[in-house]
Design a protein around this ligand. Structure first.
Ligand code: BTN
Length: 325
């Protein structure tokens, strides 16, 4: 089916949420014959959409394919800008690389790159990020805040809060944040965030924010050495979670918090972040590239920098580190 027609048809279904769409109504929307309507319905079925057909009422969508294709994300998306332009790939080396290219080509703020699988997913501190097919959310979003580069870490904290809120809303689970941006469930990692920046000396040109969420992996999908470190939403919840629904919730939370941040600054975000933080007030070890510092995490600064008080009462500013609690 031509993509324009497909879009029109899916839009017609979305705008009619609980209602059935009659064959005639579909024919009118698409400007085609009743026979062609049947063909279009069949091609949606082939893609994995479940359509119920009831005599004298028409059709309605009762199930969507378990993919994160653009239509799956768009259908029911409530944001203004975030995710309104979607670049979808079945397999990609890393969504970060694609997003950097799109940003260089002038892609607008809120453009997302999403893939079913990453063959070379990137984590923080040059680590790999395992991203198997159809199991997780592997997504990069392009942001273009009019800010100086030193404020970039604040955006990472916004992303962490958005992920927590989206997971809470969609699954009812209550994740926590480990500074700066690991999201944990029952002490195990569920999400990683990688923020990369293109900037000149005093302005950010674009932020490529990569978010990886482990959604539908089973325990056996993790190698034994990772089983007590990482988990998925499906493992913790005991049921599969719709990735498209979670992406929609995430984009809406992220857009809302980003707007608050641009209008009111970091303070309201900081309060939210602290309310979800697991490490604040605890004795931790921060492993930085230059060594380890142990002490009590006493809070974060207005820049999002972690404050660590060592045994001698000296406060250290931690900009980048792995935290052990
Ligand atoms: C971390 O080390 O905790 C950060 C992991 C970030 C993973 C995401 S998945 C989408 C995007 N593409 C990548 O290659 N990495 C980020």
């Amino acid at each position: 089916m031509q993509s324009e027609l497909r879009k029109k048809l899916l839009n017609a279904f979305t705008n009619n949420e609980e209602e059935y769409l009659s064959g005639q109504a579909i024919a009118d929307v698409l400007g085609c014959s009743r026979t062609a309507v049947w063909k279009h319905i069949e091609s949606l079925r082939k893609e994995g959409f479940e359509l119920e057909a009831v005599r004298r009422k028409g059709y309605r969508i009762i199930g969507t394919p378990d993919k994160v294709i653009a239509d799956e994300i768009s259908l029911g998306l409530k944001t203004e800008d975030f995710g309104r332009s979607i670049h979808y790939e079945e397999v990609v080396e890393t969504t970060q690389k694609v997003a950097h290219r799109l940003a260089n080509e002038g892609a607008k703020e809120g453009t997302i790159v999403v893939a079913e699988e990453q063959s070379n997913g990137r984590g923080r501190m040059d680590r790999k990020w395992v991203s198997p097919k159809y199991t997780g959310i592997w997504l990069s979003i392009i942001l273009r805040p009019n800010l100086p580069p030193h404020k970039a870490p604040q955006l990472t904290l916004i992303a962490a809060v958005s992920v927590v809120q989206a997971i809470e809303e969609v699954t009812g689970l209550s994740p926590e944040i480990k500074w700066p941006n690991d999201v944990l469930l029952n002490g195990k990692k569920i999400t990683g965030i990688l923020t990369e920046m293109q900037a000149d000396a005093d302005r950010i040109a674009s932020i490529i924010m990569g978010i990886g969420i482990n959604v539908n992996q089973s325990k056996e999908d993790y190698p034994p050495e990772l089983q007590d470190k990482a988990t998925s939403l499906a493992i913790e919840k005991g049921q599969k979670i719709s990735r498209a629904e979670l992406i929609q919730a995430l984009l809406l939370k992220l857009e809302n918090l980003y707007k608050i941040y641009i209008e009111k600054g970091f303070h309201p975000i900081k309060l939210l972040w602290e309310s979800y933080a697991v490490s604040i007030g605890k004795y931790i070890t921060a492993r930085t590239l230059t060594g380890a510092i142990a002490g009590k995490a006493i809070g974060i600064t207005d820049e999002g920098v972690l404050l660590l008080e060592d045994g001698e009462g000296k406060t250290h500013h931690i900009y980048s580190a792995d935290i052990e609690i």
